[in-house]
Ligand binder design. Structure first.
Ligand code: AMP
Ligand code: ZN
Length: 136
């Protein structure tokens, strides 16, 4: 399994509390294998980490008394990623809390939706031949 001696997340366990939490109980779920982001990860590495989600989410909600929880995963600086070891943020939510995702909504005009679907399908086919060895 790949590991980076300079990476802080390689040295910590698979799930731990974020040191600067959005809210108390904010947990980071970190695949063990070092890869910078989702695109560079194997499906197996992501699947192993994701398998922990049901138990982990239940535990966070129980321990914090949260009534909701967001799972957020940042890829790249423009998406807010600061640590280049792939990880998932598990953020407990409460009614009326301060956390807000300013999520602008747009719409597809004309054929733009169908054109985007075609581009994505072609890119997905191309990616299937280029993803790491034990990926789907
Ligand atoms: P991201 O911006 O998605 O890369 O998230 C990185 C997160 O890692 C931030 O929320 C930091 O607060 C958190 N973080 C950085 N270093 C540590 C550390 N040593 N222990 C726990 N959390 C950390
Ligand atoms: Zn690492």
């Amino acid at each position: 399994m790949s590991s980076d001696p300079n990476c802080v997340f390689c040295r910590i366990a698979i799930a731990f509390l974020d040191i600067n939490p959005v809210a108390p109980g904010h947990v980071l779920l970190v695949p063990k294998a070092h890869s910078a982001n989702i695109s560079q990860s194997t499906a197996d590495s992501i699947a192993r980490a994701a398998a922990e989600l049901p138990r982990l989410v239940s535990a966070i909600m129980h321990a914090t008394g949260a009534s909701g929880l967001n799972i957020i995963q940042n890829n790249g600086r423009d998406a807010g990623q600061l640590i280049d070891h792939v990880h998932f943020h598990l953020i407990p939510r409460h009614t009326g809390d301060a956390f807000d995702i300013p999520w602008p909504k747009s719409r597809y005009e004309g054929d733009a939706l169908g054109e985007m679907r075609t581009r994505l399908e072609r890119a997905f086919q191309a990616a299937s031949g280029s993803v790491p060895a034990n990926s789907i």
